[in-house]
Design a protein around this ligand. Structure first.
Ligand code: HH2
Length: 259
């Protein structure tokens, strides 16, 4: 799943694809590089991001989704708003990627797929002292509950996602990645998104002699390594900004596995 953020403030590509034609062109590049899905978002969910009004979010994403759907691209809409999800599906989106896990009814009504993601609280506060009894089991139980509710509501294609970086310390994120098989064992297909996230900046700084944290666009190695890790543990899809490098790494591992 390739990422196209039509936002001025996304943590890794904010402002680059705010222009509709740039967003559409970038989405086509990601598809040519091997993305099966393009995830279009019009509101940043990075820590402490401010909410965007519905009409502004619609203005950002709808023309992009319409153009991509008309070209046959499988688009997911990355939103927390029911009105945006509905309009996006009407414009041709085929999946609702909902970091708040609250839009299953919309996916059911409109007959599209649904990603249930785990987040603790909301983006404005989620990184303020996140705490769990057992992060792996707490996240699993939450996701099974949300995904089960989506199935009951009538959604056929339901995914679960641990929500790396959404109300989690570095240790929480590592625990979830290390125990991804626990989520895989639920039977729901698992989506994982580590691409360019803060945890990778922190880990890269540990490996850097000067302790420097690389900027978001320079976290390719960690992004690809953790994507491969996730798929080897059974994830069915990863959400990535750098599709070409991720696909290349998957291919190398696939051939190694098959030999
Ligand atoms: N992470 C981000 C956004 N959407 N969706 C799912 N299912 N899982 C994730 O982990 C996830 C997501 C955050 O990344 P990005 O879109 O690059 O940045 P921003 O939220 O700042 O636009």
């Amino acid at each position: 799943m390739g990422v196209v953020n039509v936002t001025p403030d996304s943590f890794s590509d904010g402002g680059r694809f705010l222009d509709h034609s740039a967003a559409i062109a970038h989405a086509h590049t990601l598809v040519a590089q091997g993305a099966d899905w393009v995830d279009v978002g019009g509101e940043s969910t990075r820590p402490r991001a401010e909410p965007v009004p519905v009409d502004e979010e619609l203005r950002r994403v709808l023309p992009v989704i319409e153009a991509l759907a008309a070209d046959g691209v499988a688009v997911s809409i990355d939103t927390r708003k029911a009105g945006v999800a509905r309009a996006a599906v009407a414009a041709g989106a085929r999946m609702v990627n909902d970091v708040s896990s609250s839009l299953a009814e919309v996916a059911a009504e409109t007959g599209v797929g649904f990603v249930a993601m785990h987040m603790l609280g909301d983006p404005r506060t989620m990184q303020d002292h996140p705490a769990y009894d057992d992060v792996v089991l707490d996240v699993r139980d939450y996701l099974v509950d949300r995904a089960g509710a989506a199935r009951t509501a009538g959604v056929a294609d339901v995914w679960i996602d641990p929500g790396i970086g959404f109300g989690k310390t570095l240790e929480h994120n590592l625990d979830l990645l290390a125990n991804l098989d626990v989520l895989v064992a639920t039977g729901f297909p698992v989506l994982v998104a580590t691409s360019r996230k803060t945890m990778l900046g922190t880990l890269a700084a540990r490996a850097d002699p000067g302790g420097a944290v690389p900027p978001t666009a320079e976290r390719l190695e960690g992004s690809v390594a953790t994507a491969v890790w996730a798929v080897l543990l059974g994830a069915a899809m990863v959400r990535a900004h750098d599709v070409a490098a991720t696909v290349q790494a998957f291919e190398a591992v696939r051939y190694t596995r098959e030999t």
